[in-house]
Design a protein. Structure first.
Length: 189
């Protein structure tokens, strides 16, 4: 009797499990979005409002002071930091570029409409970073479609000798940009 009762009880449990599993229905659904596009940003700068015509200073004499103005525009869609350097050489290799003193490099602060000094008394070939006091830890940012004007003041030494007469100095300006991320590296000049 106990055996019959146990078998009957087991059959009833099996029936309950069978019925309960067939009664319960679970719904499921999934959704997908395909062809997601992850477009990379563009890092690009250019000289603004210029056809890149070389700057010419004629008839320089000892002690002459000149200024070079240039504007850099962020033509990409990422914010950038910039750096630049002036390079140059005489047409006569025996002459020294040290007769030129780059007395000041400044940028125009659009908020105050004032010139802000970046660095003074630098040499040709020295890198200048767009920041207050040439501090690489506090670089200025140029946002997309934003422009920034720079001014470089140059003075020819007063004590140059006659070897420099009728010679010319071929100077270049190179500007590089990097992403504003702290781990981004500067491109080479």
């Amino acid at each position: 009797m106990k055996k019959r009762f146990a078998v009957g009880f087991i059959l009833i449990l099996i029936a309950i499990v069978f019925l309960s599993s067939s009664v319960w229905a679970y719904f499921g659904f999934n959704a997908s979005i395909n062809h997601n596009i992850f477009k990379m940003g563009t890092l690009s700068i250019d000289f603004e409002n210029t056809d890149k015509t070389p700057i010419n200073f004629d008839n320089l004499q000892p002690g002459s002071k000149k200024q070079i103005l240039f504007t850099i525009k962020n033509t990409g869609n990422l914010p950038v930091n910039i750096a630049f350097k002036l390079t140059g050489k005489w047409d006569d290799n025996s002459l020294s570029e040290n007769v030129f003193n780059i007395t000041n490099v400044e940028y125009l602060n659009k908020n105050d409409v004032q010139w802000v000094s970046i660095k003074s008394n630098i040499s040709f070939g020295e890198i200048v970073y767009d920041s207050v006091s040439n501090n690489t830890n506090k670089l200025n940012i140029i946002e997309p479609d934003e422009s920034k004007q720079f001014r470089v003041s140059i003075q020819l030494a007063e004590d140059i000798d006659n070897r420099y007469q009728e010679k010319y100095f071929d100077a270049g300006l190179t500007v590089v940009a990097k992403q504003t991320d702290s781990n981004a590296v500067w491109p080479s000049f």
